[in-house]
Design a protein around this ligand. Structure first.
Ligand code: APR
Length: 257
């Protein structure tokens, strides 16, 4: 009798091999093996060092613009130095093996596109996008300085209206971008398989996607070393890390990352 995770891996590989559309829904755990801490890890998680209300809300930005802007500029610097791990390459390999793959990510680190994924929906925006706080005028990311150390950084002023420049990410309490939500929910309701990788399933509305897929009859595979709020909706659970499980999945399908 194969160990449970091998059965899950085999079942997931077979379901993927038959799939016309696969949605790969990823969270912060997908970037963990590229050295980017997840939000809710007890020790290294970013939230352990910062009070979320002090960082990821418009109110916090208006209250302490240099602290919030400095944190995002620092995270962008860390992410720019990160290298997509083998799990990212495995997703790109899936795109070569299967008719249609759509990546829907909660992450703002841009690693899927950097690894070569061609169809990526960023539900929570990107660390590489900036706009002004009041009118939403776009601001070139290359004009934003890369801080040498962690610390406060005064946001630039919008050249068109003078408002402070903010990160192009979705803050707590803000709505998700309409176009990305429509793409993600349409694909979730149509996909044959949803691979859910590295998310605790705690933050709505992104956390609803696995249930949308499952209710529409999809085969849902969770890839996570820990149980999560996604686990109850998973058809199979591959208890392991993204960097190990995803390449193993592709190998079981006869592909290579
Ligand atoms: N491989 C796969 N999953 C992993 C790995 C790994 N190597 N390491 C950790 N994980 C899992 C954790 O077990 C956890 O379930 O990744 C998940 C990370 O959960 P969170 O830190 O809550 O991140 P996420 O689910 O993406 O948070 C959602 O919340 O803070 C907001 O906007 C932010 O996009 C973020 C959203």
């Amino acid at each position: 009798m194969a160990p449970p995770e091998l059965d899950a891996l085999g079942a997931a590989a077979r379901a993927l091999g038959r799939a016309d559309l696969v949605v790969v829904a990823t969270g912060a755990g997908m970037s963990r093996e590229s050295g980017i801490p997840t939000f809710r890890e007890a020790l290294t998680g970013l939230w352990a060092r910062f009070d979320p209300e002090e960082m990821a809300t418009e109110q916090a930005f208006r209250r302490a613009p240099a602290r919030v802007f400095g944190w995002y500029a620092w995270r962008r610097m860390v992410v720019r130095a990160a290298v997509p791990h083998a799990g990212y390459d495995a997703i790109v390999a899936l795109e070569r093996l299967l008719p249609e793959v759509l990546v829907v990510t909660q992450n703002v680190d841009g690693l899927h596109a950097r690894a070569g994924s061609r169809r990526v929906v960023e539900l929570h925006g990107s660390l590489e996008r900036f706009r002004c706080l009041d009118a939403g005028h776009p601001y070139p990311a290359d004009a934003v300085p890369e801080p040498a150390t962690e610390g406060e950084l005064a946001p630039p002023a919008c050249p068109r209206c003078g408002a402070p420049i903010r990160p192009g990410v979705v803050w707590f309490g803000e709505v998700l971008p309409e176009r990305e939500v429509a793409l993600a929910w349409e694909a979730a309701a149509r996909c044959a398989v949803m691979l859910v990788v590295g998310t605790s399933g705690l933050v709505q509305p992104a956390a609803a996607l696995p249930r949308v897929a499952r209710d529409a009859g999809a085969f849902v595979v969770e890839v996570n070393p820990e149980p999560s709020d996604v686990s109850p909706f998973a058809t199979v659970v591959c208890r392991g890390s993204a960097g190990v499980v995803l390449p193993a999945l592709v190998a079981r399908m006869g592909g290579s990352a």
